[in-house]
Design a protein around this ligand. Structure first.
Ligand code: CP
Ligand code: NVA
Length: 334
């Protein structure tokens, strides 16, 4: 792996949101991800950051993001230190700014998962080392890189493809996917109850990006219209981490018409794929899934088990791609 052909525009930069990166840079990160993935599959090591150490700061729980950062770091020859939601002074006894200054003295890079986007911005400003956003309420950019890689691998290209997002499009996934699609010249549709459309100021920013990229941004409350012509149908949980459990009742009422079912997939293109950032409530094998079943009688929530387990569902390829894309972001920015 000759990282020098990739890392010139990236070295020393943080990865906080896709809005900060040009389409060419995003494409380069996808190319690097694909190259690292091919090397890993071929058993070719790429320990290009041997001896470096990164901090993984999680104020919310995680399976994929944490594992992706850890495995990717080891593959690059690095060490990791994991700080769990209760394992640091962050926010409680020490400000983000002070924490950032301390971590910046010890680590070569910092991953942060937490609440407001302002936290990841402050970490980047005060640590002086690259900071990678592992999910905030507003954005989940490493997830979208994995999603774009999955779509590109499957269809061979991104430009002109339609991605239809069903469900809560106001939160991190709907917002980040809208940005990612706009950047890559894709057609993004948020298909949901109007209460859950992405914020208008961000949509306006994305429409301006689309004027250059050739993409488009559409909002609709009609599931058939939302799915029509879609290459990828995407959904996310209806209640996100950090939101109160009381939110379920209203979300279920509002978003049930936007559950991804076989009829939604039938309204999309015949070769459409299904994507989900995961974790997903598609059956009764989780505690929360069973609680919701007892209270509201639902067997699944944002996606039916049938769609989730169908051949069109690429959710586990997508999950694997978290690791390859996160590795590319770290390889390029360190
Ligand atoms: N998709 C995603 O970010 O998964 P985790 O919450 O498990 O990290
Ligand atoms: N919107 C979800 C995404 C999880 C990857 C959440 O924030 O919980």
């Amino acid at each position: 792996m000759d990282i020098s052909k990739y890392n010139k525009p990236f070295k020393g930069r943080s990865f906080l949101k896709l809005l900060d990166y040009t389409p060419t840079e995003i494409e380069a990160l996808l190319d690097l991800s694909a190259e690292l993935k091919a090397e890993k599959k071929a058993g070719i090591p790429h320990r290009i950051h041997t001896g470096k150490t990164i901090a993984l700061l999680f104020e919310k729980t995680s399976t994929r993001t944490r594992c992706a950062f850890e495995v990717a770091a080891y593959d690059l020859g690095m060490n990791t230190v994991y700080l769990d939601p209760s394992g640091s002074q962050l926010g409680k006894k020490e400000s983000i700014d002070d924490t950032a200054k301390v971590l910046g003295r010890m680590f070569d890079g910092i991953e942060y998962r937490g609440f407001g986007q302002e936290n990841v911005v402050a970490l980047a400003e005060f640590s002086g080392v690259p900071v990678w956003n592992g999910l905030t309420n507003e954005f989940h950019p490493t997830q979208v890189l994995a999603d774009l890689l999955t779509i590109r691998e499957h269809f061979g290209s991104l430009e002109g493809r339609k991605l239809a997002f069903f469900g809560d499009a106001r939160f991190n996934m709907g917002r980040s996917l809208m940005v990612g699609c706009a950047k890559m010249g894709m057609n993004f549709t948020a298909c949901t109850n109007a209460k859950y459309f992405p914020p208008e100021d961000l949509a306006e920013t994305c429409r301006k990006i689309c004027a250059q990229s050739g993409g488009s941004i559409t909002f609709t409350e009609d599931p058939a219209e939302g799915a029509q012509g879609a290459d990828a149908v995407y959904t996310d949980v209806w209640v996100s981490m950090g939101e109160p459990a009381e939110a379920w009742k209203e979300r279920i009422e509002d978003l049930l018409p936007y559950k991804v079912t076989p009829s939604v997939m039938a309204a999309a293109k015949t070769d459409a794929i299904f994507l989900h950032c995961l974790p997903s409530f598609h059956d009764l094998k989780t505690t929360i899934g069973r609680e919701i079943h007892e209270k509201y009688g639902l067997d699944s929530m944002e996606v039916s088990d049938e769609v989730f387990l169908s051949p069109a569902s690429l959710v586990f390829d997508e999950a694997e791609n978290r690791m390859h894309t996160i590795k590319a972001v770290m390889a390029a920015t360190l």
